[in-house]
Design a binder for this molecule. Structure first.
Ligand code: WT7
Length: 653
C-alpha cells in the first residue's frame, strides 16, 4: 500500500470554465460589488432594521455564547405580519402571492396577498377556537396546496410553533415527530396528488395519531374529496371550522413575539439515528431568509419566482414561504411531479406564468438531462433570467446543461450551499457580481465566515481540501436541537472548539472560491488518497453518454478502498463492457488513474432519499455485498434491490 501526504481530503478535479457577470445583468442587479466590503455587523444591523417591520425595535444585534447565539435582542415582531399584513397595509394587497397549479391539469388558483390575509385570518380564528394559542405546538402534514402556507402563517400569527412533516413520510415518521415536539393538534388533508395517484395523508395521519395520544384534535382539508374516516370529537373539516369566522385582520391581531421566540422545528432525518428537531426562532431567521432571498435571487417587484422544492423541506420553508413572502414576492406553487402528465410539465408552467427565477435541485436537473432537452424545447423559456441549485453538489456538466438548455445560455446559475441547520443560504454567488464557475458555490454570502480546515484545525489554504466550518454566527442559524443539548454539542460543536462543523467536505481554489465535496462520511480512501465522491461522479457525468453517477468506496485488501461507480446512461442505454472501459478511462484522463473506478454497475435509477439525495451508504452496502442498512428514508426501496441483483451479476475488475 502506497501512502500519500495526509490531506483531510485531496482536491483533484479541475474545472476551469468561468462566467463573469454580463454588464446587462450587473447594471440591474440587487447586489453591488461593494456589498462584500461591508462590515458584517453593520450589514446585519441595517438589514435587521430595514427589511422587516418591528412592533418594537431590537436594542442589541446579537449575543454569542458558543454554541448558542441570539439575534436582534429585545425586538418584538410577528412573522405573519411581515409576510402578509404589511403588504396589504402598504397598498399591495392585489399583488399575487402565489400562482398555484394543482397536479391535475387545468386546476389553478391565483392568490393575492389580500386573499392570503383573509384565508390566514379566518383559519387562525378557527384554530383559536380549537384551543391553539401562543406556544401551542402544531403538527402539519400536507401536500403542496395553498392551505399549507396558510396553516404555517396562521400558526405564526398566533405565536404557535409548527412542525411541517413532508407528505411523503410514513405514519411512523409523523408520529415520532408529533411526539417529540409534543404537538397538541395536527393539520392534514384527505389525500394528496402525486404523479396521477393519490397519497393517503389522512389514513397515514390516523395511524400516526394512534401512536400520538398528545394530539387531541386534527383539522382535515378536503382536497381530493375521497372518503376518509372522521373520528368524532377529534377530527374536524377545515371548510367547516372556517365557516362564519371573520376574515378581518383586527379580529385576530398578530401576536407580539420576541425575536428569540420559537418559530418552528424542522426534523432532519439522520441516516439511522432518531431525527433531530432543528430549532428556528423568529427575528434572525426572518431577516436571514429575506435578505438572502433578495440578493441571491435578484428578485424584482414584477418577478415571478419559482422554487420547485417541497414546503416539507427547509428549502420550502425558507424560500417558498418565509423569505419570498416577507419580500412581497409573487411565487409559483406547484402540487405535483415534473413528469406528470408529461415530462414537459415544468416548462409549460414556466412559459404560462412567465417565471423569471427558477430554483431547484441537482437531482431534478439530472432527471431532466436524462429525459433529454426536447421537452424544454417545446416551450418558450425566454422569461427566465436566473437559475438556482441546492441540495447536493452540482456536477459541472449538469450546471452547463441547466444554463444551456433551460437558461438559453444566458442566465446566471447560482449554486447555493446551506443546510436545514443553517436556515438560510451561506455560500453562493451573487448574480451580477460574482464570477460563476460550474460546480462551485463560489463565495460566502456577505457577513458569513466559512473556512476549510484539516484534521488538526489548520486552514488548508488555496488548492486544499478539508472540512467545512463556520467561524462566526449568522442570524438564521439553528438555536439547538429540540430537547437535546448534548447531541447539539456533539454533532456540530465538538469537532473544533467554538466552530460550527457542517459535516461537509470542501476545497478552496486559487481565487478563494468554495467547492463542496459532499458529506465527509462519504469520502473514499484509496491508497491513502482521500477522494471525494463528487469529483469522480463529475468526471463520469462529464462523459457525453452519462446522465447520472454515484460512487462509493468498498473495502479492498490492496488499496484500503476501491471505487465502485453506479452509472445511469442517457436515453435508457443499458451499457456493456466496452462502455465500462471507456468510462473508466475517461475518469483516469479527467482526474488521474488513482480515481479510476474498479468497477462500474449500470443502472436505470440510483437510490435516493425522498429529498433527492443519493444514498451512498446503501451503495456501500451493495458494493460490499452486505445486508442493507436502514432503508426507511429511501424514496423507492425497489431501486436498491434491483441494484443488488445487477451488482451480483456484474464482472469484477
Ligand atoms: C446538505 C444539507 C439546504 C437546503 C436543502 C438541503 C448538501 C446542500 C448544497 C450545494 C453541495 C449541498 C450538503 C449539506 N448541500 N446544498 N449547493 N452544494 N452540497 O438541506 O437536507 O439539510 O441538507 O445538503 O451536504 O450539508 P439538508
Amino acid at each position: 500500500m502506497t501512502t500519500a501526504p495526509r490531506h483531510a481530503i485531496d482536491a483533484l478535479f479541475l474545472e476551469e470554465r468561468t462566467y463573469p457577470p454580463s454588464l446587462e445583468f450587473a447594471t440591474q442587479a440587487n447586489a453591488r460589488p461593494d456589498i462584500y466590503e461591508r462590515d458584517w455587523e453593520e450589514l446585519w444591523e441595517a438589514e435587521g432594521r430595514e427589511r422587516v417591520s418591528w412592533f418594537k425595535p431590537f436594542d442589541k444585534l446579537y449575543e454569542w455564547e458558543p454554541p448558542y447565539a441570539k439575534w436582534y435582542l429585545g425586538g418584538k415582531l410577528n412573522v405573519c405580519f411581515n409576510c402578509v399584513d404589511r403588504h396589504v397595509e402598504a397598498g399591495n394587497g392585489e399583488n399575487v402571492a402565489y400562482h398555484w397549479e394543482g397536479e391535475p391539469e387545468g386546476e389553478t388558483r391565483t392568490i393575492t396577498f389580500a386573499d392570503l390575509q383573509r384565508d390566514v385570518v379566518r383559519f387562525a380564528n378557527a384554530l383559536k377556537k380549537l384551543g391553539v394559542e401562543k406556544g401551542t405546538p402544531v403538527g402539519i402534514y400536507m401536500g403542496m396546496v395553498p392551505e399549507l402556507p396558510v396553516a404555517m402563517l396562521a400558526c405564526a400569527r398566533l405565536g404557535a410553533p409548527h412542525t411541517v412533516v413532508f407528505g411523503g413520510f410514513s405514519a411512523d415518521s409523523l408520529s415520532g415527530r408529533l411526539n417529540d415536539m409534543e404537538c397538541e393538534i395536527l393539520i392534514t388533508q384527505d389525500e394528496g396528488w402525486r404523479r396521477g395517484s393519490t397519497v393517503p395523508l389522512k389514513k397515514n395521519a390516523d395511524e400516526a395519531l394512534a401512536a400520538s395520544p398528545g394530539v387531541k384534535r386534527a383539522v382535515v382539508l378536503r382536497r381530493t374529496r375521497s372518503d376518509v374516516a372522521i373520528e368524532d370529537g377529534r377530527d374536524v373539516w377545515w371548510h367547516e371550522i372556517v365557516e362564519g369566522e371573520s376574515d378581518d385582520p383586527s379580529s385576530c391581531p398578530c401576536e407580539e413575539m420576541d425575536s428569540e421566540d420559537l418559530l418552528y422545528l424542522l426534523y432532519t432525518s439522520g441516516t439511522t439515528a432518531k431525527p433531530k428537531g432543528i430549532v428556528h426562532t423568529t427575528a434572525g431567521y426572518l431577516v436571514g431568509v429575506a435578505t438572502t432571498h433578495h440578493y441571491i435571487f435578484d428578485v424584482k417587484p414584477d418577478s415571478v419566482y419559482w422554487c420547485a422544492a417541497d414546503i416539507g423541506w427547509v428549502t420550502g420553508h425558507s424560500y417558498i414561504v418565509y423569505g419570498p413572502l416577507c419580500n412581497g414576492t409573487t411565487g409559483v406553487l406547484y402540487e405535483g411531479t415534473p413528469d406528470f402528465p408529461d415530462k414537459d410539465r415544468w416548462w409549460s408552467i414556466v412559459e404560462r406564468y412567465g417565471v423569471d427565477i427558477l430554483y431547484t435541485a441537482p437531482t431534478a436537473i439530472r432527471a431532466h438531462m436524462k429525459w433529454g432537452p426536447e421537452h424544454a424545447e417545446k416551450h418558450d423559456l425566454s422569461s427566465l433570467r436566473l437559475l438556482g441549485s441546492v441540495g447536493e453538489p452540482i456536477n459541472p456538466e449538469a450546471w452547463m446543461w441547466y444554463r444551456e438548455h433551460i437558461g438559453g445560455g444566458r442566465t446566471p446559475v447560482v449554486d447555493t450551499w446551506w443546510q436545514t441547520e443553517t436556515g438560510m443560504i451561506l455560500i453562493t454567488p451573487l448574480p451580477g457580481v460574482t464570477t460563476l464557475k460550474p460546480g462551485s458555490a463560489t463565495k460566502p454570502f456577505p457577513g458569513v465566515l466559512p473556512a476549510v480546515l484539516d484534521e488538526e484545525g489548520n486552514d488548508v489554504g488555496p488548492g486544499g481540501g478539508g472540512y467545512l466550518v463556520l467561524k462566526r454566527p449568522w442570524p438564521a442559524m439553528l438555536r439547538g436541537i429540540h430537547n437535546d443539548h448534548e447531541r447539539y454539542v456533539e454533532t456540530y460543536w465538538s469537532r473544533y472548539e467554538g466552530l460550527y462543523f457542517a459535516g461537509d467536505g470542501a476545497k478552496l481554489d486559487e481565487d478563494g472560491d468554495f467547492w463542496l465535496l459532499g458529506r465527509v462520511d462519504d469520502v473514499m480512501n484509496v491508497s491513502g488518497h482521500r477522494i471525494s465522491t463528487i469529483e469522480v461522479e463529475s468526471a463520469l457525468v462529464d462523459h457525453q453518454s452519462v446522465a447520472e453517477a454515484a460512487v462509493c468506496g468498498r473495502n479492498d485488501p490492496q488499496t484500503g478502498q476501491a471505487i465502485v461507480a453506479y452509472v445511469t446512461l442517457k436515453g435508457g442505454d443499458e451499457g456493456d463492457v466496452e462502455k465500462l472501459e471507456e468510462l473508466r478511462n475517461h475518469v483516469a484522463k479527467k482526474i488521474g488513474p488513482i480515481a479510476k473506478p474498479a468497477n462500474i454497475v449500470f443502472t436505470p435509477e440510483l437510490p435516493k432519499t425522498r429529498s433527492g439525495k443519493i444514498m451512498r451508504r446503501l451503495l456501500r452496502d451493495v458494493a460490499e455485498k452486505r445486508e442493507l442498512g436502514d432503508t426507511t428514508t429511501l424514496a423507492d426501496p425497489t431501486v436498491v434491490e434491483e441494484l443488488q441483483e445487477r451488482a451480483s451479476t456484474e464482472r469484477e475488475d
